[in-house]
Ligand binder design. Structure first.
Ligand code: 5GP
Ligand code: MN
Length: 332
């Protein structure tokens, strides 16, 4: 971190005594791990930190120390927060509509993120596309502020790095990510427990929706694109909720020969979620942005309203253009 960003974050932390900490909807281990690590550090400074997420906390993240600190927007309605941290969000609206209402006009907003498409909201800002995870950046801030990394902070930051690197398998598994992970383990993070919680345990509903989802697998664009589609009816039949389908996109990408995996799921009637995963030869952040979403070059997503089949067809058309030599310039 540059000394300038370092100073600005230290002043931000010194200048307020009550903080709201937000992250994106449909949170993953990086979003929640980063929020809880920062909250614990702020509380250790004798200050107040409130963690809010617009979505329910996924079952797989309940093992994190102080997971019960994560509240829903309605639990803090009416409270005023003078300073807000927004973590792992490329834009402020990623926190979700209800959480965004907790950010009153004019309050100080700090932006800590590693998405290429970060729109530069907030001040102070620490945005680094090279970082494996937002957890890595939260660590930099805590280190610069002289915070002791205890076992609980270490476990939360480790979960962030492990989650965003896909258990140290994705191309963002840098030497720095591995060194930090080792440091967090030295301070008390438990890799086996984290891996078990994030990847090793599935609810019955998750396994049932996986079974149904796999029956929809298609190889498209001459085998370069793997696609899985989950309809409302499939969710109902499996007794599953959208969170139970987290991770299924990896199966689309795991189909031998593919460059991109796509998951199209109808998370509510007429509300469609697209999840893209790429092997690095296709920029899915660009593809997702065409559907009003975003993310990273190798992992991106979007949420939109419309007909499942129609959006499925449009996503596959966009991917077909992307794998066959780049996209034409976007309209408008
Ligand atoms: P997932 O497919 O796991 O939902 O998301 C993969 C990546 O894309 C994550 O980095 C996530 O933050 C980002 N992402 C997912 N959905 C959206 C979206 O609707 N808008 C933006 N800007 N990013 C998204
Ligand atoms: Mn992240």
């Amino acid at each position: 971190m540059t000394s300038l960003a370092h100073d600005r974050f230290r002043s931000f932390l010194e200048g307020h005594r009550e903080f709201l900490i937000l992250s994106h909807i449909d949170p993953d281990g990086d979003a929640i791990g980063s929020c809880l690590a920062l909250a614990r550090a702020i509380r250790a400074m004798g200050k107040e930190a409130t963690v809010v997420n617009d979505s329910p906390l996924p079952e797989s993240l309940r093992f994190l120390p102080h997971a019960d600190w994560v509240e829903r927007p309605n639990e803090v309605a009416g409270r005023a927060f003078p300073a807000v941290f927004v973590l792992d969000c490329s834009s402020l609206d990623r926190v979700g509509a209800d959480a965004a209402r907790l950010v009153a006009p004019g309050v100080a907003v700090a932006n800590v993120d590693h998405h290429a498409a970060n729109d530069g909201f907030g001040d102070p800002r620490l945005v680094n596309v090279e970082a494996s995870s937002t957890a890595e950046l939260v660590y930099e801030i805590l280190e610069a502020c002289g915070v002791t990394i205890d076992a609980e902070i270490a476990e939360c930051l480790y979960a962030g790095v492990a989650s965003d690197t896909g258990a140290f398998r994705h191309p963002n598994t840098t030497p720095r990510a591995l060194r930090l992970a080792a440091r967090f383990v030295e301070r008390g993070a438990r890799p086996a427990r984290t891996a078990e919680a994030l990847y090793g345990r599935k609810s019955e509903a998750s396994l049932r929706i996986l079974g149904l989802a796999l029956t929809s697998l298609e190889a498209r664009s001459g085998g370069q694109v793997g696609a899985i589609t989950i309809s409302r009816e499939m969710f109902d039949r499996a007794g599953a909720i959208p969170e139970d389908a987290d991770g299924i996109v990896q199966f689309a990408k795991s189909l031998a020969g593919t460059r991109v995996g796509l998951l199209v799921s109808e998370i509510a009637p007429g509300e469609i979620r697209l999840s893209f995963r790429s092997d690095g030869t296709v920029d899915v952040n660009e593809v997702a942005s065409r559907f009003g979403g975003g993310g990273h070059k190798n992992a991106a997503g979007a949420r939109l309203r419309g007909d499942l089949r129609q959006i499925h067809d449009q996503a596959l058309e966009a991917l077909d253009r992307a794998v066959n030599g780049g996209l034409p310039p976007s309209a408008g």
